[in-house]
Design a protein around this ligand. Structure first.
Ligand code: AMP
Length: 228
């Protein structure tokens, strides 16, 4: 099964893809994770796009497309793309490369996003995908009841998986978050309409409850589409 998980920055794409990997064994391809690991490694190519990521801007399509092409050729037919495609150019490249079975579209109000991203903490070990959140969000907006308790590590600010320190992503600071949300509306949101026009089925969910419940809802909806 080939899926895209789509939504604004901080909407839980990484968390839900990890949950899906655990429950249905689908491989996550996160362009953000790959770019951050490359930057941390100090490689020449990483140096070229480090400033884009630091400033919350999109890395040029050619670089990201090549990363995805390589990764998909290694993984074959069972993957979920997290954070890609983010431009119409990337979407065109992807659809020429392979067929996508469904898009998981995450809905969330902007004010929740800012609260949630500012509270995100990640594992400092580039080989670990530990991800936590210190925000405790319980409120109702436009009829949507948000119940998002914190996702805390067992030991104070150390990763449960590998014991490394937890840190804040450098692009999870308020000014950069605003920029990333702006770019999402300008360049990435239109990608959803483009993909819809290609008749790819959409699975809609709200980021309003604990991740395990959202993951179960996604799995049920994939079953309804006969993809599982
Ligand atoms: P993410 O972890 O998905 O929020 O991505 C973090 C940062 O990596 C983004 O703000 C961009 O600078 C860069 N990035 C990740 N995916 C892409 C993409 N598909 N196209 C361009 N830049 C990307």
């Amino acid at each position: 099964m080939k899926l895209i998980i789509f939504g604004p920055p901080g909407s839980g794409k990484g968390t839900y893809s990890r949950g899906l990997k655990e429950k249905i064994g689908i491989e996550k391809i996160s362009t953000g994770d790959i770019l951050r690991a490359e930057i941390k490694s100090g490689s020449e190519i990483g140096k070229k796009f480090a400033n884009y990521v630091k400033d919350g801007k999109l890395v040029p399509d050619e670089i990201v497309n090549e990363i995805v092409r390589k990764k998909i050729s290694e993984i074959n037919d069972n993957f979920i793309l997290d954070g890609y495609p983010r431009t119409i150019g990337q979407a065109n490249f992807l659809l020429n490369l392979t067929k996508i079975d469904a898009i998981i579209n995450i809905n969330v109000h902007d004010e929740i996003l800012v609260e949630k991203i500012s509270a995100r903490r990640i594992c400092s070990n580039p080989n670990c995908d530990g991800n936590y959140n210190i925000a405790d969000i319980r409120k109702k907006i436009d009829g949507i009841e948000y119940f998002l308790p914190p996702l805390l590590p067992k030991n104070d600010m150390k990763c449960d998986k590998c014991g490394s320190d937890l840190i804040q992503r450098s692009d999870d600071k308020p000014e950069i978050i605003k920029k990333r949300i702006e770019i999402y509306y300008e360049q990435t949101k239109p990608v959803l309409e483009f993909l819809k026009s290609k008749n790819i089925p959409i699975v809609d969910v709200w980021m309003c409850k604990p991740p395990e419940q959202v993951v179960d809802e996604i799995i049920d909806k994939l079953k309804n589409l006969n993809l599982l």
